[in-house]
Ligand binder design. Structure first.
Ligand SMILES: Nc1nc2c(ncn2[C@@H]2O[C@H](COP(=O)(O)OP(=O)(O)OP(=O)(O)O)[C@@H](O)[C@H]2O)c(=O)[nH]1
Ligand SMILES: Nc1nc2c(ncn2[C@@H]2O[C@H](COP(=O)(O)OP(=O)(O)OP(=O)(O)O)[C@@H](O)[C@H]2O)c(=O)[nH]1
Ligand SMILES: [Mg+2]
Ligand SMILES: [Mg+2]
Lengths: 293, 278
C-alpha cells in the first residue's frame, strides 16, 4: 500500500535526523506512481502532489519524529478533502415528479443503474418510480429496460424505437404526472462526449423534462480519459452528480477522484454488482482508501 | 512540429506525460522512454523528426507481439468472445458476422450463450438479422455451455464456415463466473476438439490500468488469442493495449470504431502508434 511505501521510503530519515529535499522528492515520486497506477488523471496527480509537497516542507513534517507517518496523514487528509463529504443522495423536486436524467458513455451501466436507483428509491424513501425508455438506438435497449423495470416493480414508459427520444421523454413525463409518480428516471442511449448530434439530443431531452438530477454514469475502470468525458458532459449538459459503476471489480477507481477534482460534482451513488440490489450511497472515504491502495 | 524540438529534460517529461495520458501506464512508459533514451545517446538519431519516427517504431513494435490475424482456415472456425461487462462483445460479434458474411462471403452462425443478462439474446438476435446470419439460442437462464454446444453442433450440421459464441459480461474478479467461462470453452472443445480456434477478449479503449489485470486473469482462465479494442472512436487512445501486448504478449487483432455494422477494422500497429502520440 502507499502508506507502507511512504513509511519505508522515509524510515531512515529518523536515523540521519532531518528530512531532505531528496527525501521529499522520493516520497512525492511514490505518491505520483501510486495515484497514476490507480488511474487518477495525470494533471490531477501533478497538482495533488504539489499540494502535498507544499505541506511536507512545513515544520510539522520536517521536524517530525516519524516523517513517514506525517506524510501519510497529509496524503489522506488532502485526498479526503478532494473527494468531498458524504453523499447527500438525490435531490427531490418540490413539485413531483422529481425527474432524474441518466447520461454517459456506451456500456457504462446506465440502464442497469436506472432500475437500481428506482429500487433504491422505493426501499429508502418509499417513492413510486417510473422509468422512461429513451434509448431508441441500441438493439433491444427498450426490452432490457422493460425487463429490469419489471424486476424492480417500476412502470416503464416506452414508445418503441421509431419516435424521437425527446418526444418520448416529454410524453413519459406527462404519463408520470397523470399517474402521480414521485420520481421519473429517464434512461438514454450511450453517447460519446464528442458526438455533437447526440450531445445536442441530450441537451434537448434535458430542456424537455427539466430534471432535478442529471446523473453521469462512469465506469470505475475508466482511465485518463475520464476527465475529458466529465468536462465535455459538464459543459454540454451540466450534470449534477455521478454514479460510479462496476465498483465490485478491482479497478482502483482513480477516475472518481479525477472527475470530482476537475468538475467539482459529487459522486452520489456506487453500483457494486450486477444484481439490482447492489447499489448504495457513495462513500468518499472508502473510495479514498481504495485509490491509495 | 515534433515532440522533440530539443532533447532536454522537459522533452522526456512531455513524452512521459503523453504516454501516461494515453493510458500506456507508468511501467510500459518507463520501458519505452528508457529504450528511446538509449537510442538517442547512441548518436544515430539526429533531431526531432528522427526521434519521433524511432519512437513511433518502438511503440508499433511493442504493439505487434504476435500473429495479428484471425485464422479462418479451420472448417468450421469457432470464435468465442469474452470480456468485462459492457465492453462491446455483443456489438463486436454483430460487426464481425457482417464482415465475414457480407465482405468475405462466409456463412456464419451465432451462439447466444449470454443466457443471463436482460435482453441479451434479443440484442444478439437483432444483430444476427442485420448481419444476415443465423443464430442459435436457448431458453432464458439456461446453461451457457449448453447453448455454446448447440451453436457449434448446429453450425457444423448446417455447414457454416464460422461459428461465433457470445458470452455474458463478467468481472475477472468473479471466480465463479471465470470458472463458468472455462467450462463454456471445455464444452465447445467437447463438440469440436480444436475449438474454440480463436478466443477474443474485448477491452474498452477508455480502460485504465485495470485493463492489464483483466487481460491477465482472463488469459489465465482461457487462452486469449487476441484483443478487440473497442470504442476507439472516442477520445481515449487505448494505450492499455500497449501494456497488454508488452507484458502479456497478447496482440490486438481488431478495433471497434463505432456502433454500426461496418465499424470494425483490423488492427494496424503503425496507425495505433501514431495516434498515441497525436
Ligand atoms: N459487475 C457489474 N456489472 C455491472 C454494474 N453495472 C452494470 N453492470 C453490467 O454492465 C453491463 C452494461 O450495463 P448497461 O446497463 O447495459 O450499460 P448502459 O450504459 O446502459 O449501456 P448502453 O446503453 O449501451 O450505453 C451489463 O452487463 C450490466 O449488467 C456493476 O455495478 N457491476
Ligand atoms: N462508440 C462505440 N460504441 C461501441 C463500440 N462497441 C460497442 N459499443 C457500444 O457499447 C455498448 C455496449 O456494447 P455491448 O455489445 O452490449 O457490450 P457487451 O460487452 O456485450 O455488454 P454485456 O453483454 O452487458 O457485458 C453499446 O451501446 C454498443 O453500441 C465501439 O466501437 N464504439
Ligand atoms: Mg443502456
Ligand atoms: Mg453482451
Amino acid at each position: 500500500s502507499l502508506s507502507e511505501k511512504l513509511q519505508a521510503t522515509l524510515a531512515d530519515v529518523r536515523a540521519h535526523g532531518t528530512l531532505t529535499e531528496d527525501d521529499i522528492a522520493k516520497a512525492m515520486r511514490e505518491i505520483r506512481l501510486a495515484l497514476l497506477e490507480a488511474d487518477v488523471n495525470f494533471k490531477v496527480v501533478k497538482s495533488f502532489t504539489a499540494t502535498v509537497k507544499e505541506r511536507c516542507l512545513g515544520a510539522d513534517v520536517v521536524g517530525a519524529l516519524n516523517p513517514g507517518q506525517q506524510v501519510v496523514k497529509i496524503v489522506n487528509e488532502e485526498l479526503a478533502a478532494l473527494m468531498g463529504g458524504a453523499s447527500m443522495g438525490l435531490t427531490f423536486s418540490p413539485r413531483p415528479p422529481t425527474v432524474v436524467l441518466m447520461a454517459g458513455l456506451q456500456g457504462s451501466g446506465k440502464t442497469t443503474a436506472t432500475a437500481k436507483l428506482a429500487r433504491w428509491l422505493k426501499a429508502e424513501h418509499g417513492s413510486s418510480v417510473a422509468l422512461a425508455a429513451c434509448d431508441v438506438y441500441r438493439p433491444a435497449a427498450v426490452d432490457q429496460l422493460r425487463t429490469v423495470g419489471a424486476q424492480v416493480g417500476a412502470d416503464v414508459y416506452e414508445q418503441g424505437t421509431d419516435r424521437d427520444p425527446v418526444d418520448i421523454a416529454r410524453w413519459a413525463l406527462d404519463q408520470a404526472k397523470m399517474a402521480g409518480k414521485d420520481v421519473l428516471i429517464v434512461d438514454t442511449s450511450g453517447r460519446l462526449h464528442v458526438d455533437e448530434k447526440l450531445m445536442a439530443e441530450l441537451v434537448d431531452i434535458r430542456r424537455a423534462v427539466k430534471p432535478t438530477n442529471v446523473l453521469l454514469v462512469v465506469d470505475a475502470m475508466t482511465g485518463q480519459d475520464a476527465v475529458n468525458v466529465a468536462e465535455q458532459f459538464s459543459q454540454a449538459v451540466d450534470f449534477d452528480g455521478v454514479i460510479m459503476s462496476k465498483l465490485d471489480g478491482d479497478a482502483r477507481g482513480g477516475a472518481a477522484l479525477s472527475v470530482k477534482a476537475v468538475t467539482g460534482k459529487p459522486i452520489l451513488f456506487a453500483s457494486v454488482g450486477e444484481k439490482l440490489d447492489q447499489f448504495e450511497r457513495f462513500h468518499p472515504d472508502r473510495m479514498a482508501q481504495r485509490i491509495l491502495g | 512540429a515534433t515532440l522533440f524540438e530539443t532533447l532536454d529534460e522537459e522533452t522526456w517529461e512531455r513524452l512521459e506525460e503523453a504516454l501516461i495520458m494515453a493510458d500506456v501506464g507508468a511501467r510500459t512508459t518507463a520501458k519505452v522512454v528508457a529504450q528511446l533514451e538509449m537510442d538517442a545517446e547512441s548518436g544515430d538519431l539526429e533531431g526531432g523528426e528522427a526521434l519521433t519516427r524511432r519512437l513511433t517504431e518502438l511503440l508499433a513494435d511493442l504493439a505487434r507481439p504476435g500473429e495479428g490475424h484471425i485464422d479462418l482456415r479451420p472448417e468450421p472456425t469457432v470464435i468465442m468472445v469474452a470480456g468485462v461487462n459492457g465492453t462491446g462483445k455483443t456489438t463486436t460479434i454483430g460487426k464481425l458476422a457482417w464482415h465475414l458474411h457480407r465482405e468475405l462471403g462466409r456463412t456464419v452462425v451465432l451462439g447466444a450463450a449470454d443466457t443471463y443478462r436482460a435482453a441479451a439474446v434479443e440484442q444478439l438476435t437483432e444483430w444476427a438479422a442485420r448481419a444476415g446470419c443465423e443464430i442459435v439460442t436457448g431458453p432464458p437462464g439456461s446453461d451457457p455451455g449448453s447453448v455454446a454446444f448447440e451453436a457449434v453442433r448446429q453450425g457444423r450440421e448446417r455447414g457454416a464456415d464460422v461459428i461465433i459464441v457470445d458470452t455474458a459480461g463478467r468481472l475477472h474478479t468473479q471466480d465463479d463466473l471465470m470458472a463458468e467461462l472455462a467450462k463454456v470453452r471445455r464444452v465447445i472443445a467437447k463438440q469440436l476438439p480444436d475449438a474454440p480456434h480463436e478466443t477474443l477478449l474485448t477491452v474498452d479503449a477508455t480502460t485504465g490500468q485495470n485493463g492489464l489485470r483483466q487481460a491477465q486473469l482472463f488469459s489465465e482462465t482461457v487462452p486469449v488469442d487476441g484483443i478487440v479494442l473497442t470504442k476507439l472512436d472516442g477520445t481515449a487512445k487505448g494505450g492499455i493495449a500497449l501494456a497488454i501486448a508488452g507484458e502479456l504478449g497478447i496482440p490486438v487483432k481488431l478495433i471497434g470504431i463505432g456502433e454500426a455494422l461496418e465499424d470494425l477494422r483490423p488492427f494496424d500497429a503503425d496507425d495505433f502508434a501514431s495516434a498515441l502520440l497525436a
